[in-house]
Design a protein around this ligand. Sequence first.
Ligand code: FAD
Length: 427
Amino acid sequence: MTEDKKMSCYWWYEAPPRPAPRASWASATDVAIIGCGFTGLSAALTLARAGREVVILEKNLIGEGASTRNGGITSGNIRLSSRQLARRFGPERAQTFIDESVAARADLERFIEENKINCDYQPVGRIVGLMGSFSSQTMERDHNKFAERYNIEPRLISKSEMAEYTSSKKYEAGIHRPDIGGIHPAKLLHEMARLAIDAGVKIYSKTAVTKIENHKTTFTLTTTQGKITAQHLISATNAYTDQAQPWLRRRLIPVISEMIATEKLGTNRVRALIPKLNMFGESKQLGHYYRPSPDGRRILLGGRRMHKQESFAKQRLHDGLTEIFPELKDTKIDSYWRGFVAFPFDQLPKLAVHKGIIYPSGFCGSGTVWARWLGQKAAFMILGEAAESAFKNLPMMTLPLYSGDPWFLPLAMSYFRLRDRLSVSTK
Ligand SMILES: Cc1cc2nc3c(=O)[nH]c(=O)nc-3n(C[C@H](O)[C@H](O)[C@H](O)COP(=O)(O)OP(=O)(O)OC[C@H]3O[C@@H](n4cnc5c(N)ncnc54)[C@H](O)[C@@H]3O)c2cc1C
């Protein structure tokens, strides 16, 4: 494994990264996909089930990217609020983004059910803890509109009622979303790989793409195992995009996201902290997200890295946990791990095409839903099927002199931290 040996991803104990089954080298294929995370596997599975010949090229082992390191919360968030979207795109087009987030989340649930995927899916709902001031009237109005349109009922939970959901006193109130749940991300990923292989996809692990040549109707990829030509190419490398794809690297900001898992607390103690075993988020830009482990015995908590220093990262997350649950002050942390999430400059996921390459990318830390959905849409584009998406053909911006190393990130983090301190709670 290429990752820091000190890191111990909780999900990898049960479902560790693994090599692809041995397969003879294919020097030509209909579709080549770079990257074997949720995005690449979703595209591959859709294409192979439609009868296409598909090859996935993965630099590391299967399940070594962000897809198996994540919190497993099926949030499908869009970082811009509906008001921000409306200001940028007008109210009608703004609605299409929200429509798609609801459809994408439901599609993940359908996918898990239809394929009988054992990934500890728990449709337990997610609560966003609100801090600071907020307008309950505006929220109630927004929730009513949402319920009317989607038949899903978000609910404002008062401070006193919050005790039914959490022992934490940190929040002024909460928003409950019943359509968001939790999965075991590494189990989901390996199940998707199994389905893809069963459908005829060839996966080559430990095979890095080092060069992409774009001819008129084909692509030639140079890899560490040999060359391969393809009629179509999907890039599914996201936050792990390297020098082989300078165009994409210039358009994504890789941000460290990191997590801890507590020692075993036992089911009674976890239920005392989170009685209904919900997923949790916080209303701040740099807030934490947390959840019980699927077996209900531990708490897993994550957040964005705000400091450059690697040391104390685990301690900082533990401090965050203790701020929420002071009773966990002396609890040991069994696992700490980190990974990268990809942000486009405008903070909206993308289904972009550049020089014939399709780029489902930039999920802003909510790829459990978006990666699978937009990977599938990329496949539909090749199949000539309905690939409509609000995220298609949005411009992918960059900055002058930016080459993929986000030197400005500490400044941006300080800005968000300040905004959080001054913020009036919710969007
Ligand atoms: C700590 C953490 C917590 C998170 N929590 C959540 C959460 O709770 N909910 C949620 O929705 N999302 C969460 N996310 C985000 C989510 O995990 C990602 O958005 C999603 O997994 C992206 O999937 P992907 O397939 O696009 O990328 P990845 O899974 O990262 O796959 C990209 C792959 O491309 C490969 N690659 C790169 N370059 C090359 C090359 N040159 N040749 C061949 N292969 C290459 C990499 O090795 C990698 O395996 C979290 C992420 C992290 C890191």
